[in-house]
Design a protein around this ligand. Structure first.
Ligand code: 8YV
Length: 323
């Protein structure tokens, strides 16, 4: 039997690419240059499986290309707002993602940004590098204490719970959260967390807000000017979810006019472009979408995609099917 044809849109960790080469008739992307819309359309016509990432926008137009051969899209990433899921369903395509394996590393980055923002780490690093440090002083670069403060989680899925675990056990933080559905009492009990029905309740009560909801139309600009004004002037906003959950212009205004104390961002609207307004501000820590960027996690994500397509080609239900 011929091996299924698989197209990988970006460069993956070497060990996973080697496994792909053993198992499939695979087209890798050595140059790592993202594929164009036309290349993605052609890929759907010649491959049995397409393996995209967050940088590939798999639109309804691409998915409706005639004479498709592709039956499964194995997304390398837990978030799948890069794929038009309704259109994929309409085209009869199976779509999978990579949950669980990136939970802790993404929560680590959220915690890192929380600490960076609270303790003014980016600003301090810039000061040291630019030789502007004149020496220790009792009132120099004071930030905010983290231990004992209230962390408000918007969304309470796997990554939010991992963040709650680190914050509660490691930093003695008080946990409050909101999500579309109230979590089961056992889950809240682990962190003595309090659930609120709306984001507005959490925004007003927390010292740190961390976003953990999916991207897409339903959460676009969830954090807008009006909601930023609900936050405390001493509060910080952390975003490791998706850039478009936050209205960038509103956040820049909030940081500039000190409606809030600071922000830590790993994701951006229209990334890799970052609104230049952020670059002029000292009270924002910026990371280039590093949530899952560890050697262990990126390999595990690739292997998870392989498990999903292997199940599919064996005629079984893939473990992480989202469409
Ligand atoms: C991934 C992420 O690296 O998995 C996700 O949803 O945001 C990232 O951590 C990226 O999506 C890869 O496609």
């Amino acid at each position: 039997m011929n091996k299924p044809k698989v197209i990988v849109t970006r460069k993956w960790p070497a060990a996973v690419e080697a496994r792909l080469q053993e198992l499939y008739d695979v087209q890798l992307n050595e140059t790592d240059v993202p594929m164009t819309e036309d290349e993605l359309k052609t890929a759907l016509q010649i491959a049995d499986a397409l393996l995209p990432t967050v940088t590939d926008s798999i639109t309804a137009d691409i998915l409706s290309v005639p004479n498709k051969r592709t039956k499964i899209i194995g997304n390398f990433g837990v978030g799948y707002n890069n794929i038009d899921i309704e259109a994929a369903k309409k085209e009869g395509l199976v779509v999978t993602n990579t949950p669980h394996v990136l939970t802790d590393c993404t929560a680590d980055i959220a915690m890192l940004l929380l600490l960076m923002s609270a303790r003014r780490a980016s600003e301090g690093d810039r000061l040291a590098r630019n030789k502007q440090w004149n020496g220790w002083a009792p009132t120099h670069m004071l930030g905010q204490k983290v231990t004992g403060k209230t962390l408000g989680l918007i969304g309470f899925g796997r990554i939010a719970q991992a963040m709650a675990r680190k914050a509660y056990h490691g930093f003695g933080m008080k946990i409050i959260c909101t999500a579309p559905h109230a979590p089961v009492p056992d889950v809240l009990q682990e962190f003595q967390a309090t659930y609120y029905a709306t984001a507005d309740d959490v925004l007003a009560k927390a010292d740190f807000i961390s976003l953990h909801c999916p991207g897409g139309a339903a959460t676009k600009h969830l954090i807008n000017e009006q909601r930023l004004k609900l936050m405390r002037p001493s509060a910080h906003l952390i975003n490791t979810a998706r850039g478009d959950v936050v209205d960038s212009k509103a956040l820049i205004k909030a940081l500039k006019e000190r409606w809030i104390a600071g922000a830590g961002l790993d994701v951006f609207e229209g990334e890799p472009n970052i609104d230049p307004g952020f670059l002029e501000l000292d009270n924002v820590a910026l990371l280039p979408h590093l949530g899952s960027a560890t050697e262990e996690t990126r390999a595990a994500m690739g292997n998870r995609v392989l498990d999903n397509i292997a199940a599919f080609f064996a005629g079984e239900e893939p473990g992480d099917r989202v469409a």
